[in-house]
Design a protein around this ligand. Structure first.
Ligand code: MD3
Ligand code: FE
Length: 212
């Protein structure tokens, strides 16, 4: 009997329907980073405003048919970059392939991401506890790719007051959320000082969704 036949040390189920794929993005690191650099030159990172008029602590941009935007009107998806009124850059093939493969690895076939939000965190930046509810179809999973300096991801339940798990995320880690975990509250704790050899003192998170 092979005691190790059923063990995949790089694929961890955090809670039901939420999988952490450790280092999953490293295989295509070079293409991802080249495409990320090209993308932010086309659609620069910017600090969006919340409905309350405060600048968000992470800088953001998007690629794909739909981009997530926030302003005094609220949160929504838009086909155009409000900075120049042009469509968002196409989703690079390296991004799209990674998202679809990761979703399939976690058991979600036929993921069709049409939106990729890029969050750039500097040291001290964070993201408060929230749910992702701006998408049309909550049966589609979400794939998140961490690049650059580490962060602690806080993962709660369906109620804001549920206790949160703290999950360290490092360069190359991918998380897939679907099914029963899709509407769970989540947050990013303030980033600690650190440096990544290629990306410097920043964390980038690519979040793939089927928004429309
Ligand atoms: C868990 N971004 O942009 S991605 C966001 O690291 C966001 O930048 C974080 O939350 C970041 O909305 C975390 C991970 C993530 C995304 C969607 C989820 C976790 C999720 C939906 C349900 C549960
Ligand atoms: Fe979120």
């Amino acid at each position: 009997m092979d005691l190790f036949a059923n063990i995949q040390p790089n694929k961890l189920e955090i809670v039901k329907d939420a999988y952490l794929l450790k280092s999953y993005a490293l295989a295509n690191e070079q293409s991802l980073l080249m495409d990320l650099a090209e993308l932010v030159s086309q659609a620069p990172l910017r600090f969006m405003m919340t409905k309350m008029g405060f600048a968000m602590s992470a800088a953001m941009t998007n690629c794909g048919a739909l981009g997530w935007v926030s302003d005094r009107q609220g949160y929504r998806y838009d086909m155009k970059d409000p900075a120049n009124n042009k469509p968002w850059p196409l989703m690079p093939v390296s991004f799209q392939q990674l998202a679809v493969l990761a979703a399939a690895e976690a058991g979600f076939d036929n993921f069709q991401p049409d939106a990729c939000l890029i969050n750039q965190y500097q040291v001290g930046a964070s993201m408060g506890l929230h749910q992702d509810k701006n998408e049309l179809d909550f049966n589609q999973p979400i794939v998140s790719v961490s690049l650059g300096i580490p962060a602690v991801f806080k993962f709660g339940g369906l109620a804001r007051t549920d206790k949160t798990l703290r999950i360290p995320l490092v360069h190359g880690d991918v998380i897939v959320w679907g099914g029963e975990s899709r509407l769970n509250f989540h947050a990013i704790a303030p980033l600690k000082m650190n440096t990544h050899p290629i990306l410097g003192a920043y964390r980038y998170n690519l979040t793939f969704r089927k928004a429309g």
